[in-house]
Write a protein that binds this ligand. Structure first.
Ligand SMILES: [Zn+2]
Length: 103
C-alpha cells in the first residue's frame, strides 16, 4: 500500500498490524486523551505525551525568537513566523513519532 504524499492526508503505520492505517489528524488527536483507531485492523493506539511536549517546547522557542525579532525591528509582520514554526514542530516531533499500541 503506497503512502499518500500530502502530510495531512498521509497514513501512519499502526503498531498492531504495521499497515498504514492511522491518519495524521487522528495521530495528533491521540495526544489529547482520544486514542487513534487503525483503519485496517480497527485496534487503538496513541502517541506518548512527551512527543507533544517536545513539539510545544520547540514551538515556544521559535515563537519567542520571532517575537524578539518583531520587537527589535518594530515590525509585527514577523509574528506570522509563529505559524510555520507550529507546522514544523508538529511535523518533526508529532507526525514522525512512533505510535504505541493501546491494548
Ligand atoms: Zn492496524
Amino acid at each position: 500500500m503506497a503512502l499518500i504524499e500530502d502530510p495531512l492526508m498521509a497514513l501512519h503505520a499502526c503498531p498492531h498490524c504495521h499497515q498504514p492505517g492511522v491518519s495524521s489528524v487522528a495521530k495528533v488527536h491521540s495526544l489529547f486523551m482520544k486514542p487513534a483507531e487503525c483503519r485496517v485492523c480497527h485496534r487503538f493506539c496513541y502517541l506518548h505525551y512527551t512527543h507533544g511536549l517536545r513539539a510545544m517546547i520547540v514551538w515556544v522557542i521559535f515563537s519567542w525568537m520571532f517575537i524578539g525579532i518583531a520587537l527589535y525591528q518594530n515590525l509585527w509582520i514577523y509574528l506570522i513566523g509563529t505559524i510555520p514554526a507550529l507546522l514544523l514542530a508538529v511535523d518533526k516531533f508529532i507526525l514522525t513519532a512512533p505510535l504505541r499500541p493501546l491494548d
